[in-house]
Design a binder for this molecule. Structure first.
Ligand SMILES: [Zn+2]
Length: 339
């Protein structure tokens, strides 16, 4: 069905409404295409993990799309065994074809029902609904007998526009007081993702949706800088691709013991909102995420207001002075530990 087992090429050639289809590979894996870019893979005797890997929620973030393409190819051609149920999602195929982050609206702000708020309807809102339904179906289709002990995982893979002092980092969604998983953090460290930002608010991202509605271990994983197809140095993604391959192919994945010295853990210390049109940062537009400043340093001015570093050190992430008045201009983060 997929020429050269290339799920990505098939998806980009059929960016809307691909007809559902199913077949079994030579190695006995049931393959079900549920919709465009939505592929469910079930081995004959699945292990205890239900794994969702998503990519291309932002269409121009190509490296994760290539990682998922290569993983799908290896499973389909039998070179990589499959030990667990696996759902592969290529988030926004029309945006990938256009080489753009989005067509009309940021898909990663449309989950947990945000797709149905307000009057607007567009392709990204429809897609958010379809992706939510696919995740729900995938987690619910596991036979009852195994559902209780199944470990639900969702890694939503991205790359970032802005450079970062920590090349690879993960946003760990707000868990409403439930404990964070040290095992998951070590898994991510094995993927080369050694920096963790602990979110402390509900949000409308894909990974928050899976953690909040299905008690999955879900993460927004930022793997480096955005580049066009063919211009990614895939050696920079090798640890991630290799560790994801181990995850899907090994019944029991042995992880190192928790070791905080391998990690950079951050919590959100403050949100700076833009209060007037005269808002301006003191640093340039190209400042890297996680750039740290000392206590007292002037970060931004907003009319008569001065925003200065209040803790011994705070780092800036996702700064954007061009947001509308009243919106978030940046987050400040500070070092923390896991309890
Ligand atoms: Zn992204």
């Amino acid at each position: 069905m997929f020429k050269d087992n290339d799920f990505l090429a098939f998806t980009l050639a059929n960016p809307h409404g691909a007809a559902p289809a199913a077949f079994t590979t030579d190695t006995g894996i049931e393959v079900a295409l549920w919709d465009t870019g939505i592929l469910c893979l079930t081995p004959a005797n699945p292990g205890n993990k239900d794994i969702v890997l998503s990519c291309g929620v932002h269409g121009n973030e190509t490296a994760p799309i290539e990682i998922v393409r290569d993983l799908a190819k290896a499973v389909l051609d039998g070179s990589l065994p499959l030990a667990h149920r696996l759902l592969l999602l290529i988030g926004n195929p029309p945006a990938i074809n256009a080489g753009k982050r989005e067509i009309e609206e940021n898909l990663n702000r449309l989950f947990s029902g945000a797709h149905s708020k307000g009057d607007g309807q567009n392709a990204e809102r429809e897609r958010a609904k379809a992706l939510e339904a696919a995740v729900a179906r995938f987690y619910h289709e596991r036979p009852d007998a195994g559902r209780q002990e199944a470990l639900r995982l969702h890694y939503d893979l991205h790359t970032a526009i802005r450079g970062s002092q920590h090349e690879k980092f993960v946003v760990y969604p707000f868990l409403h007081g439930k404990p964070r998983s040290k095992e998951q953090v070590m898994f991510l460290a094995e993927c080369g993702v050694d920096t963790v930002l602990l979110s402390d608010d509900p949000t409308t991202t894909f990974s928050y949706f899976s953690t909040n509605e299905f008690a999955a271990h879900g993460f927004t994983v930022e793997l480096g800088k955005v580049r066009p197809f063919g211009q990614n140095d895939m050696s920079r993604f090798k640890a991630t691709a290799d560790t994801l391959a181990k995850l899907v192919s090994q019944r029991e994945l042995v992880l190192p013991a928790y070791d905080e010295s391998r990690l950079n853990l951050y919590r959100i210390s403050r949100v700076i909102n833009k209060q007037s049109d005269s808002f301006a940062f003191t640093f340039g537009e190209d400042v890297e995420n996680f750039t740290s400043y000392p206590k007292g340093h002037l970060l931004a001015t907003d009319g008569a207001i001065e925003h200065r570093v209040e803790l011994d050190a705070e780092a800036v992430i996702f700064p954007n002075a061009k947001v509308a008045v009243g919106q978030r201009a940046c987050l400040l983060v500070a070092r923390t530990q896991l309890d």
